[in-house]
Design a protein around this ligand. Structure first.
Ligand code: AMP
Ligand code: MN
Ligand code: MN
Ligand code: MN
Length: 281
C-alpha cells in the first residue's frame, strides 16, 4: 500500500475536530486514503459511527485514540491504534481522563471569564456538544469573538502554561496509558515527537520512559510538522528501535495546511506500524 493512502491520526467532533465521524470518513474516502485511524483525544465515542461509515465507503479502519499523558511537568500524547474500544480497563481509564477534561474546561472558563471574556463557558459548552472539551474549543471561541487573530495567538496569549487561561491537568502517567492501550490489544505510538518544545535530552528521556513502558512505535510523519521533522523523527525511531507511524492530525477543513492523507513519506528502512492492517506493502 503506498504511503500516500495511509493516515493514522485524525480528529472528529467527538473531541476537538470540526467534522462529525461520518463527515470525516467521507473526506478520507474522497482524499484517496485506503487505511485510516480515528484518534480523538481521550474518547472512544466516535469510533462506532466512523467504523460504520468506513465500511460504507470501503476504507480500511483502525480503531484508535490519542491519550494525554503526564510527563515531568508537561504532557505528551500517546496514540493507541488497533485497540478494542470495549475493553473495560481502557473504558474506565478514558472516563477518568474525560472527567479531567471536563473539570479543566470549567476552570479555564472561570479564569477567562475573570479576564472579561463573558459567556465563554456557555459558548464553549455549546460548541463541544456531546464531545469532549479541549483547549482548541476555547481557542476557536477567542478567534470567533475577535479577541485574537489566529489560534496560535490564542494559545500563546491565553491557553499555554503560564498564561491566564491555563489550568493544569493530572493526566495519567505514560506507564498507565501504554498499559491501557496494550491491555486493549492495541499498539502504543509516541505522537508527533517534535511538537513538544522539549530540549533534545528531555525529549529522549520522555521517549525512553515510553519504551520502558513497552511502547512500540513513534509518529515519523505528522501533518503538523515540516519536512525537516521526518528525518529527525526517523532518527529517533532508529535510536530507540521503534516502528514508524504516520498521520495527518487533521482537525478542521477550514485550516487546509493540514490535509487528510497529505504526508511526507516514511524512510524505507523503517518497520511500519500499519503492516498489521495491510495485506501487501
Ligand atoms: P488539549 O489536549 O485540550 O490540551 O489541547 C491540545 C490540542 O490543542 C492539540 O491537539 C491541538 O488540536 C490544539 N493546539 C495546540 N496548540 C495549538 C496551536 N498553537 N494552534 C492551534 N491548535 C493548537
Ligand atoms: Mn487536538
Ligand atoms: Mn496531539
Ligand atoms: Mn492529534
Amino acid at each position: 500500500m503506498p504511503h500516500s493512502s495511509i493516515d493514522l491520526h485524525m480528529h472528529s467532533t467527538a473531541s476537538d475536530g470540526r467534522l462529525t465521524p461520518a463527515e470525516l470518513v467521507e473526506r478520507v474516502a474522497a482524499a484517496g486514503v485506503r487505511l485510516m485511524a480515528l484518534t480523538d483525544h481521550d474518547t472512544l465515542s466516535g469510533l462506532e459511527p466512523a467504523q460504520q461509515a468506513a465500511q460504507d465507503h470501503g476504507v480500511g479502519f483502525v480503531p484508535g485514540i490519542e491519550l494525554s499523558a503526564r510527563w515531568a511537568r508537561g504532557v505528551v500524547h500517546i496514540v493507541g491504534l488497533g485497540l478494542d474500544p470495549a475493553n473495560p480497563a481502557l473504558v474506565t481509564g478514558v472516563a477518568a481522563q474525560q472527567a479531567q477534561r471536563q473539570q479543566r474546561a470549567e476552570r479555564i472558563g472561570e479564569r477567562l471569564a475573570k479576564r472579561g471574556f463573558d459567556g465563554i463557558s456557555e459558548r464553549v459548552a455549546q460548541a463541544v456538544g456531546a464531545g469532549v472539551p479541549g483547549r482548541a474549543h476555547f481557542a476557536r471561541d477567542l478567534l470567533e469573538q475577535g479577541q485574537v487573530k489566529t489560534l496560535q495567538e490564542a494559545f500563546d496569549r491565553y491557553l499555554k502554561r503560564g498564561r491566564p487561561g491555563y489550568a493544569p491537568v493530572d493526566w495519567a502517567s505514560i506507564d498507565q496509558v501504554v498499559e491501557w492501550i496494550h491491555g486493549a490489544g492495541g499498539v502504543a505510538v509516541f505522537a508527533h515527537p517534535l511538537r513538544y518544545q522539549l530540549s533534545g535530552g528531555a525529549l529522549r528521556a520522555a521517549i525512553q520512559a515510553f519504551v520502558a513502558a513497552g511502547g512500540r512505535a513513534i509518529e515519523v510523519s505528522n501533518g503538523g510538522g515540516g519536512r525537516d521533522d521526518v528525518p529527525a523523527a526517523a532518527a529517533l525511531a532508529r535510536r530507540f528501535g521503534l516502528e514508524a507511524s504516520m498521520g495527518s492530525d487533521f482537525h478542521d477543513p477550514d485550516f487546509p495546511w493540514i490535509a487528510i492523507g497529505r504526508l511526507a513519506p516514511v524512510p524505507k528502512d523503517l518497520a511500519v506500524v500499519w503492516q498489521r492492517w495491510t495485506v501487501s506493502a
